[in-house]
Design a protein around this ligand. Structure first.
Ligand code: GLV
Length: 309
């Protein structure tokens, strides 16, 4: 069995070593142009050449949850593609979003500014009912985020492409219920996959439907958000702030106006990191199952290219 690895964003050595340990009989190698035909490839943002040269893969593994970068390419026909399915990301996403919602709700940025200025100033508690949180995307990440927020009794709402039921969460689905979902949300959390339908979904028209004094948390992809529209809605004070973890261009260029807007807080695409051990053990288990004859459809995280995730 031959396994190829290609991810220019991380040190490949520990990944290769772990794969060799899991499959001692396998030939495990970093991808090079002209590499011999492999059975499996583990990739992040591969060159088109890799896909073109590997038409007989038994499966292609995306070393991330989002497959938008991969689906922009021409995939080898009939090769099943898997994305990371939680692999330790969901709990990270839940803790990141919980801290962001609490930071907003408890006005901790303002409290910190007071402290830095040497001001002892207590703030009036805001009624929790006035802080409904709406989560876009009810997959494994969105559901885990909502479960985390349930501990704090915020009114919770969720929106997804197809109808989903979640105990304790008011759910909405499809374009028909999009406006109704927005109109009752004060904090908006984006966890959607990036597809042609969701690109630019966070724009002036959608964001201005949120409850006044709204707050945006984008932890999905930068191309969901129309940057100028966010700045305009902060200017007219319909939104009071945003926490952004993802950007159209990463790293965010030094001249981008987001760096100079104090109501926008920035983190460097760090809300849910790919964890080596969890990710590898998930991919290794799937390769072992496929080797043993399992059907790709029976394994979690199978990408449906026609749906876009
Ligand atoms: C990170 O952005 C991922 O898609 O896993």
């Amino acid at each position: 069995m031959r396994i190829l690895f290609h991810d220019l964003t991380l040190d490949p050595e520990p990944w290769l070593a772990a794969l060799r340990l899991a499959f001692p009989q396998a030939d495990v190698a970093l991808w090079q142009p002209g590499a011999p035909q492999a059975d499996y490839a583990l990739v992040w943002a591969p060159p088109q050449q890799l896909l073109d040269e590997q038409p007989r893969l038994k499966a292609l593994f995306n070393i991330a949850a989002g497959v938008d970068a991969l689906l922009k390419l021409r995939l080898p026909a009939g090769v099943p593609v898997f994305r990371l399915d939680d692999a330790g990301m969901a709990v990270q996403m839940a803790e990141y979003v919980a801290q962001a919602v609490i930071r907003f709700y408890r006005e901790l940025d303002a409290v910190q500014a007071d402290a830095q200025a040497g001001r002892w100033q207590q703030r009036q508690p805001q009624p929790r009912a006035q802080c409904p949180v709406g989560v876009m995307g009810l997959g494994v990440l969105g559901q885990r985020v909502l479960r985390g927020l349930q501990a704090f009794d915020f009114p919770l709402r969720g929106w997804s492409r197809t109808p989903k039921h979640m105990e304790g969460v008011q759910t909405f689905a499809g374009p028909e219920q999009w406006h109704e979902f927005l109109a009752g949300s004060r904090v908006l959390v984006n966890l959607l996959p990036l597809t042609p339908e969701t690109e630019n979904i966070l724009n002036r028209s959608s964001l201005s439907r949120l409850l006044p004094g709204a707050y945006l948390i984008n932890v999905a992809r930068g191309r969901h958000l129309v940057d100028e529209d966010l700045l305009a809605l902060l200017d007219n004070r319909h939104l009071v702030g945003a926490l952004l973890d993802v950007f159209r261009q990463e790293p965010l260029p030094a001249e981008h106006p987001f760096w100079r807007e104090p109501r926008i807080r920035i983190t460097p695409h760090t809300s849910a990191r790919t964890l080596q051990q969890e990710s590898l053990s998930q991919m290794v288990a799937k390769m072992a199952a496929l080797q043993a004859g399992a059907k790709p459809e029976s394994l979690g995280g199978l990408v449906r290219p026609q749906v876009g995730y």
